[in-house]
Design a protein. Structure first.
Length: 159
């Protein structure tokens, strides 16, 4: 297993692993399935070497993942947000480049993505996020697979 040296701004290590790429046919099939089930999805890229958190916080370089029983993915994401000077904002304040944290029905963090557009007239937010090992997708805020959870928090590093 390959690991990338990855730290927060405060110097704390972020657990991660570099994963192998999927075969090309995998991405075409995933895009076909998602397009049939989600009205807004549009594939941006076909890569599997990083997950949503790796896209959001590590510039598409690695799969941010928790490997031991201490803490949780929640604690890793919360550490990154705190150490990298993000602050929570209201949905109405979200703008291009801000982060959306998705949670499951138990309140656990399941997914992260990046705001690419927020229409202040309609309130519609468009996102970019990595869907597991199935590639990156542009989509509306709520048009994600159920396993990715629901949009729950909005964060920015803008001052």
């Amino acid at each position: 297993m390959q690991f990338l040296r990855l730290d927060t701004k405060q110097g704390r290590p972020i657990p991660n692993v570099y994963r192998d790429e999927q075969p090309p046919g995998h991405f075409a099939e995933a895009a076909r399935i998602f397009a049939g089930a989600h009205f807004s999805v549009r594939q941006r890229s076909a890569r599997a070497t990083y997950n949503c958190h790796g896209m959001t916080f590590a510039n598409r370089r690695t799969w941010i993942e928790k490997f031991d029983d201490e803490g949780s993915m929640d604690s890793v994401i919360r550490m990154i947000l705190a150490d990298d000077d993000y602050r929570m904002i209201q949905k109405a304040e979200a703008g291009c480049g801000d982060i959306v944290v998705y949670k499951d029905h138990k309140g656990a963090i399941t997914h992260t993505g990046i705001v690419v557009d927020h229409n202040p007239l309609t309130g519609e937010i468009n996102m970019l996020s990595q869907w597991g090992s199935d590639g990156e997708y542009f989509h509306t805020l709520r048009d994600v697979t159920p396993t990715l959870g629901h949009p729950a928090e909005f964060w920015t590093d803008r001052k």
